[in-house]
Design a protein around this ligand. Sequence first.
Ligand SMILES: [Zn+2]
Length: 64
Amino acid sequence: MAEYICPNCKKPIYDDEALLCLYCGESLRRSTGFIGRLKYSGFKLIVVMVILIVAVAFLLLVIR
Ligand SMILES: [Zn+2]
């Protein structure tokens, strides 16, 4: 039985089957913890950029 340290609150989790931290609810899977958040913020950034590009293109079409 392995001890796992929560990446968010640094508390040890002794339940191997637990997917979420018992204390803060953070996901304990290494692939979806910190990196998952990075991917999510990157995705949001891409969405914002696409919206900006579409808005600028629309403005150029309207101005013309
Ligand atoms: Zn935690």
